[in-house]
Design a protein. Sequence first.
Length: 111
Amino acid sequence: MGAPIDALKLPAKAAGLTPALISDEMRKEQLLDEVAKRSGAKRKDVKPIVEAMLEVLGEALGEARDVNLKPLGKIKVARTKQVANGRVINLRLRQSDMVIKELEDKAEAAE
């Protein structure tokens, strides 16, 4: 049982829900659109870069390596479990107070 969303300082639209109940999942297509929009580059130009980045991250986490990417935060592999069709990797993400404040400010500005 996780802490309530309010305790985690997540956007207001998720208030009152636990993290397991949030269904607003970002897919790769949405990520590509957002990266293109924020960078001002064309989607076709950012796609190979984003896909390469995701591949590198997946390999590093699959090797149980810690990943420290500001402003995202520090990702640490908590545990790994082999299952019938692959593996489950439980991660811990630590974000600084400064990053959390920036995310809250952006969420408020968007409302």
